[in-house]
Design a protein around this ligand. Sequence first.
Ligand code: ZN
Length: 481
Amino acid sequence: MEVKQKRIDKKILIGLLVLLGVLMIFLAIYFFCIPRFRIQFFETEIEIPYQSEFAYSQTDVCFGTIFHCEEVTPKETGEVDTSKLGTYKVTYTYEYNSKSISKEQEVVVVDKESPIITIIGEEPLFYCGNGNGYGYEIEAKDNYDGDITDKVTSKVEEGKIVFEVMDSSGNKSTLEKKAELNDQESPTITLNGESSIFVELNGTYTEENATATDNCDGDLTSKITIEGSVDTSKSGEYILTYKVVDSNNNASEVKRYVYVYQTSDYPSLEGKNIYLTFDDGPSKYTSKLLDILKKYNVKATFFVTNQNLTKGYDDVLKRAYDEGHTIGLHTNSHVYASVYSSVDAYFADLYAIQDKVKNITGYAPMIIRFPGGSSNTISKNYDNGTHIMSMLTKAVQAKGFRYFDWNVDSKDASTAKNAASVASNVINSLGNKSTYVVLQHDIREYSVDAVEMIIQFGLSHGYNFQALKMDSPRVEHSVNN
Ligand code: ZN
């Protein structure tokens, strides 16, 4: 029993050994004899940068057995255009002993480069109360999208402005610049139309409005308010004030002057009338002139300037006024270049002499004569093409002044150099009209000396001598500028 048991065990053991041997042989054949390939294969999906150089992967494959293998280089097919973003397919094909095997790879061309923001402007930059920066320029360039300046956003943070931009591939850039709140700049108001407007009495004034822009708020035209109004049924000077305030409370205003003027007719007088007028004084000859006028009880008109008043003729002026002559204004400086440079300059000068006369006489004249007369063209040299005389002749009337020119020129400022020729120039100009306004200058002695002859002639030929008044007949030249 025991022997039989041993014999069976031996048979089983031999069987197992044979089985193991066969298995070993098969394994040996599998590993060492059957051809096979080993692939250290590449990644099946790779990303490469936009506009980089594309190269096929190093993908040699080893065919053979564990002891012997042959490297096989693949045939690569499929184009990759790195100048265009996108996904490309590349195929690697391996051939060995008339067998072939293929592998695909996805090549994704991507843009990973961030845009570049450039700020042209000095730090600190400035920003407005509403958070808008100003005073600098932004530029944003991207390797793929090109100029993307319009995509830049900015936000104001504590002490800085942060600029941000993102390209079409989602690459973001930020740039910080030191900045401070600083909006001291007032809006700019620009009137539509002229700043001086002249409307005849009962005419129509059309509001042309204005535009306004601001460094921070941009177009503020709709925020303009207009103060003042124009009543064209009443002559006078009307001031319209255009106002606007920006978001940081910087205010601006601009004025427009509207002159409603009246050119009403004044009745002509009965008979024949001579208005002696003397410009540019008073002077050292004016007392003598006043004596002559007093002797004949003739009233005249003096268009005074300040040129000689400063030399101490205040008392002469006072005397002329006290003796019933009309004091008119001929401007303070009599300097064409300044009085005819602008409407404002003219009135500043005119009011200066009006104040002066008022201080001396207690009376503020409203009768005026323009230097050179209203027909002068010298003003063209100084008015920048604004046709100053056309404006002034209306503006003075709108402000309630009356201006007088002349219709008899004694030529004492030009060709007449002595009393006799001054007198004869005047006398020869007299006829049967009702109104003669004579131009003389009491800064010339021979002109003063001619006055007695003129008076004697006038009185003996039926003329009345008058001083100009606010309602005297109109003697005005035609305006040439
Ligand atoms: Zn003058």
